[in-house]
Design a protein around this ligand. Sequence first.
Ligand code: NAD
Length: 360
Amino acid sequence: MRDFSWYKGRKVLLTGHTGFKGTWLARMLVNSGAVVLGYSLNPPTDPALFDMAGLEGKMTSVIGDIRDYDKLLKTFTDFEPEIVFHLAAQPIVRDSYKDPRYTYETNVMGTVNLLECVRATDSVKSVLNVTTDKVYLNEEREEGYREDEMLDGYDPYSNSKSCSELVTHSYKRSFFDPMLANGDRFITVSTARAGNVIGGGDFANDRIIPDSVRAAAAGKKLEVRNPYSVRPYQHVLEPLAIYMTIAMEQELDPKYQDYYNVGPDDCDCVTTGTLADMFCEAWGDGFAWENKSEANAPHEAGFLRLNCDKIKKTFGWQPTWHIKEGIGKTVEFSKVWLAGGDIPAEMDRQIGEYLSQLKF
Ligand SMILES: NC(=O)c1ccc[n+]([C@@H]2O[C@H](COP(=O)([O-])OP(=O)(O)OC[C@H]3O[C@@H](n4cnc5c(N)ncnc54)[C@H](O)[C@@H]3O)[C@@H](O)[C@H]2O)c1
């Protein structure tokens, strides 16, 4: 089992800490003994996992815009982080069609701002930029995409993340390797391209699991817009454990810095209808879904399968929780929440259980 006690006493700056993945990551880092500072806008949803995760007093939370370079730089300068995780983003495809400019400003210039701050802060040793599986030019093919294939996401969200990748590649080559032309000093940098995640505490609009929890809580049927489209699903702790692994291992040995796909196995790539079936079964109480396909929905790229040979070979990574366990954990969490239970305790129970079963 991987030992994250390496993080004990390490200073970690995490952007996007008020979001779904960021809150779970903050809780994992805090549990590992890291000294954590988060930089983000206020939580993107109401209710929000961040507001119930019991992190107050356990980490520093700075509310700021990633587009505000001066504020971000001051935060870096004051805190002097050693490890940086970049998760802050406008991450919703439909919202990116509504406001492409904001999406690009946040996701592309946000990455530029972050890497400029990294450049200006001597304490930083390890950086991980979290992008997405949607960064590739989607040729709607069966075969999985490898890390060296063309980056050209279709919609503004996906495309802005392709750009975020390219920005990272250039900064890495241009500034973070002293052997190269303009290299300032050596900083290890990786990107991780993960797919859709599920888990307790996601309250976003336009995502199937939050929609399912809302419908079940309201005693209504779940309306499924695209029941036949196949998508990859991972429990949220799956990519987070590998993010922590990459940031740790690359600092220990720079040969590990790279661009990594982090996708589920084929058995966890299912139609939205199958996912809805599995959720309804796990929820029980007669909860059911209905087909509500939309005729004029904005274009959503078809299924994009990742080839994850690199991350498997490099770190021995493999999924610990498959889709059934992931849905089960989501339902358990949601029922604790609906019953007004102890959310920090439930998060720690799930994190502890997951880490004790970790398969790499
Ligand atoms: N959830 C998924 O299925 C999924 C899949 C692949 C990749 N990702 C990536 O993981 C990261 C986190 O996603 P999430 O699902 O937790 O999203 P989320 O919407 O729950 O959280 C986004 C976070 O970014 C912050 N943010 C947004 N705009 C900002 C701005 N202008 N300045 C500062 N902070 C800002 C929000 O405050 C929040 O903390 C994103 O980079 C996303 O692209 C998510």
